[in-house]
Design a protein around this ligand. Sequence first.
Ligand code: ADP
Ligand code: MG
Ligand code: MG
Length: 256
Amino acid sequence: MSTLEIRDLQVSVKLPDGELKPILSGVTLTVRSGQTHAIMGPNGSGKSTLAYSLAGHPKYEITGGEVLLDGVDVLAMSVDERARAGLFLAMQYPVEVPGVSVANFLRTAKTAIDGEAPKLRTWAGELKGAMERLHMDPAFAQRNVNEGFSGGEKKRHEIVQMELLKPKIAILDETDSGLDVDALRVVSEGVNRVRDNGETGLLLITHYTRILRYIKPDFVHVFVGGRIVEEGGPELADKLEADGYERYVSAAAAAQ
Ligand code: ADP
Ligand code: MG
Ligand code: MG
């Protein structure tokens, strides 16, 4: 069992001129193994900033609060240490890794996280199985990571990574964006497999409610203006689908 505790997290982005622009103004959230939390909010509300801050992206400066994974200070860890500790981030815009094949990338990542190379024989089968379950052509294993991948292929590759790395806590940033209905279903099935193993806690960041028809969240948090403005169960997602974010956005603007 694992627990990620985010307490009153405050984050600024470092602008090119060196100035700090505050984005997150006190985020508090606890995610446990086996739970699925959806973070929903309009564009520009700071959802990706939260994801990058948890992963340790250097562009974001933590100005207050704390993040603990099973009681251990995540903010003091390097990006690598966070991954080894069991944090996984599927980015909104996955990056290309020229000259590195999918097969090598995944094996290197698995080795880094487990502290030892996976057994050659079982690994080949695991990789093949994970790719098949996400309906990826086996030829993909030889392609360079994300180079020329379609939006859907990038997202499938992220989910293959997640299935193979078995993180304690996975943060999926707009994994649904840019997917057609078939890809959304396949990707959602992959997420549900990971969720159903009971060992991974999921933080599902999304702008649209449609992925929540396939992946049922236990908790929904509405994110506006760099903070959580409402929380509830799955029924809150239905309300957002019907009403949108407008009333939260106006309330946040009025409070400024
Ligand atoms: P979301 O993922 O909810 O759409 P983001 O976290 O991407 O929101 O962005 C939140 C706010 O922070 C936006 O106003 C965005 O313009 C600003 N922001 C994020 N990254 C940068 C950056 N590198 N430089 C300037 N502003 C940024
Ligand atoms: Mg956005
Ligand atoms: Mg975003």
